[in-house]
Design a protein around this ligand. Structure first.
Ligand code: ADP
Ligand code: MG
Length: 698
């Protein structure tokens, strides 16, 4: 878009420095180009004029034509308002303003023909429209747009009178000031192949569509383009890696794997586990570097897959590491793996933020000289001073807690990058996975170990607490254990911490005869450990906790999970929490507790939890209800792009088209070095220059 794109928005007629400041702060619009790419979020058909006698309060936005017959100022104080009676000959309607009475009266004269637009509301027999949009009536032939775009605006913007209509006017004035056409942003071959309208038409029609057809074409082109560049970026790195990165070739399956399988495996592997291990084994033996995402619902047995993979590395004389997001989880993995491998000759260490200095020195030395085979740890593992002799495999558990940059640090610990296995229990819908992890291969464990009973999930209002506690008592009497989880989204929230502590005291008082323990993120890790231990050993029957227990904690005897203020959690998180129970053979319960006041959306989300235990179904529903930007983990997991117009769920088909097209382009021209692709290359660099890719390049 050349120099034009960079022009500061303050120079646009009608903006100026003050409004520019607001536009920048509120909606990130700093330049002409930014504003051109600030698209309407909905369109309203303004070709139809309604008659007043045919409308009622159930109508959506409507348009009527007529004149104001009188003004009246009514009410006092906060209820003070300006009321106008508007007539079109078939009846009258009230127009209301709660501020700006003088301005309104000066602007809209009695007896002039106006078009009024707004949402009617019914009060008894009276219909009124608050803060309507009013225009002079234009002859039909001069009406510019039948579809009017609506732009989102914030409270701050409205206070400064920047409403949707003002934005629309500003966009119009940018188009008017354009001296030359906007530069094309996609190559001719792609436009032809995929039937895309040019950028000038697309941008004009997305703001001011003359017909539904025009709008569809514009929106297709812009969505396509958005998804196309993301795919082109991912696929470019994929191709680069394929061409340039050899991986360690793990040829052997030796004593470690065989002995473990024969002597230490506590149960038969599920078919899904076997299949996934085969895929991993094949990958690591292929001579190419593995980059694999392992998805498996909570409790599906990912840890065993990790262990088998690490043993393959050991059989080939390589070191392996597994990184977990929290100290608790790292410690639990460590204990678990150590126990399972006790019959093998494997030296395994644990490294976390609280590892003591002396111990730390021993570990550093062991990693460097290769005497430590496996290391389990937290973020501490990615520090620069952790040096391996020959790191062959990196496993990252519950990856949605790790950012891209952190991950790429790990893969840079060798001259040759190690194999990577990313494990996640957050099921990522296919379309999103393709967008986020287009450069990773995906394995899925779609089967739970045998003998699990589906967890029964119940929604309970706070008023039903007594009944709930008596249910809990029965479970404890039957020998089970119970989790009660409080939201503590930001560990710094004082009021949340207070809620948790009050809850703890309440429960302690109610269940005097039993031990109750408490765990939260603000505790010292030794203290946390001690409390966790109480629960793990079965001494404490109830654990009151925050989401620190979300990942990985494994106490098969626990059969009840109570989640307080359940509406404050995301669905993925609720699913994770629920996965802490239902690990033994007993029937387990998850109780979602909320107050009576639930928004419709919250209600829907909690209903989904009650309806299904299938993590994928939940993730799909979550994506639909909240949109991908909100989906837990996507922010941190490296979705460093913001979709302006495409929607991952709704536009799955366009995504597929864009991906196929990007793939064909790279097939023909892997480096985008042909002249016709210069445009793609420049655009790609512009869009992704600051983004570290999952890949290993850089
Ligand atoms: P996640 O996939 O959530 O990390 P884990 O690896 O922690 O799951 O496994 C959950 C539980 O299931 C553990 O107690 C584990 O020992 C058990 N488990 C794993 N695989 C099997 C299997 N094939 N048969 C029976 N139990 C299994
Ligand atoms: Mg796990």
């Amino acid at each position: 878009m050349s120099e034009f794109s960079k022009i500061d928005i303050k120079f646009l007629a009608g903006v100026g420095p003050k409004r520019a400041e607001i536009l920048k702060k509120e909606i990130g619009v700093a330049t002409y180009e930014d504003l051109l790419y600030y698209f309407p979020y909905k369109y309203i058909d303004r070709s139809k004029i309604f008659k007043i006698n045919e409308i009622d309060g159930n109508f959506p936005y409507i348009q009527i034509e007529g004149e104001i017959i009188s003004y009246e100022e009514v009410g006092t104080g906060r209820a003070k308002r300006l009321s106008a009676t508007f007539s079109d000959g078939t009846g009258t309607i009230e127009l209301v303003w709660f501020k700006g009475a003088k301005y309104i009266k000066d602007s809209y004269r009695l007896g002039t023909k106006y078009t009024v637009f707004g949402k009617p509301t019914q009060y008894g027999s009276k219909i009124s429209i608050a803060h309507p949009e009013i225009d002079k009536v234009e002859p039909i032939t001069e009406r510019k747009h039948t579809l009017q775009g609506y732009y989102s605006t914030t409270e701050e913007m409205k206070k400064k009178f920047i409403n949707s209509k003002v934005i629309s006017k500003l966009v119009e004035s940018i188009f008017r000031s354009l001296k030359v056409p906007i530069f094309e942003t996609i190559s001719v071959d792609v436009a032809k192949e995929c039937n895309l309208v040019n950028i000038n038409d697309a941008l004009r029609n997305i703001h001011f569509p003359k017909s539904n057809d025009d709008l569809q074409r514009a929106s297709f082109r812009l969505k396509f383009e958005e998804l196309f560049y993301i795919q082109l970026n991912i696929l470019r790195y994929m191709k680069l890696r394929e061409r340039s990165l050899n991986g360690f070739k793990f040829k052997r399956i030796g004593d470690n794997v065989n002995d473990f399988y024969k002597y230490s495996l506590p149960f038969e592997l599920t078919n899904a586990q076997k299949r996934v291990i085969k895929e991993i084994r094949y990958d690591m033996g292929s001579g190419k570097q593995m980059n694999r995402l392992l998805q498996g619902d909570v409790g599906s047995g990912k840890t065993l897959v990790a262990i088998m993979s690490m043993l393959i590395a050991a059989d080939n004389d390589f070191q392996a590491c597994i990184m977990a997001p929290t100290e608790i989880l790292a410690t639990q993995h460590y204990e678990n793996i150590k126990r399972l491998l006790s019959k093998l000759n494997i030296n395994i260490a644990l490294l976390t933020g609280s590892t003591k200095k002396s111990e730390r020195d021993t570990i550093d030395k062991g990693l460097k000289d290769g005497s430590i085979n496996f290391i389990v740890g937290t973020h501490a593992l990615i520090e620069d001073n952790v040096v391996f002799k020959n790191l062959g495999l990196v496993i990252i558990d519950e990856q949605h807690r790790f950012g891209v940059v952190q991950r790429s640090k790990l893969w840079k610990k060798n001259n040759q990058p190690p194999h990577i296995l990313v494990m996640t229990a957050t099921p990522i819908p296919r379309t999103l996975a393709m967008t986020l992890y287009g450069d990773l291969d995906v394995s899925i464990i779609d089967e739970l170990p045998p003998g699990r009973k589906p967890i029964s999930t119940i929604l309970r209002f706070d008023s039903g607490a007594d009944k709930m506690y008596s249910g809990i008592r029965k479970q404890i009497e039957a020998g089970r254990q119970v989790y009660i989880v409080y939201p503590l989204i930001k560990e710094s929230e004082k009021s949340d911490l207070k809620n948790l502590e009050e809850g703890y005291n309440y429960v302690k008082n109610l269940f005097k005869e039993y031990e109750v323990c408490m765990v939260h993120g603000k505790m010292k890790s030794s203290e946390k450990e001690e409390e966790m231990q109480k629960f793990a050993s079965g001494k404490a029957k109830i654990m009151v906790a925050t989401t620190v227990i979300e990942v990985g904690v494994d106490v098969p005897n626990a059969s009840v999970m109570v989640i307080e203020n359940a509406e404050r959690f995301g669905l993925a998180q609720l699913h994770q929490l629920r996965g802490r129970v239902g690990r033994g053979a007993e029937q387990s319960y998850c109780i979602l507790k909320t107050s009576h006041k639930l928004s419709e959306n919250s209600r829907k989300r909690l209903d989904i939890m009650c309806k299904t235990n299938d993590g994928f179904e939940i993730a799909e529903a979550d994506l639909k209800l909240r949109g991908p930007g909100d989906m837990e983990g996507t922010q941190q997991s490296g979705m460093a792009f913001n979709l302006k117009i495409a929607n991952i769920t709704r536009d799955a088909q366009i995504l597929q088209l864009a991906r196929d097209c990007a793939s064909r382009v790279l097939e023909r021209d892997p480096d985008l070095s042909q002249p016709e692709h210069l445009i793609l290359k420049l655009r790609l660099d512009k869009l992704f220059k600051r983004i570290v890719n999952f890949g290993l390049v850089g």
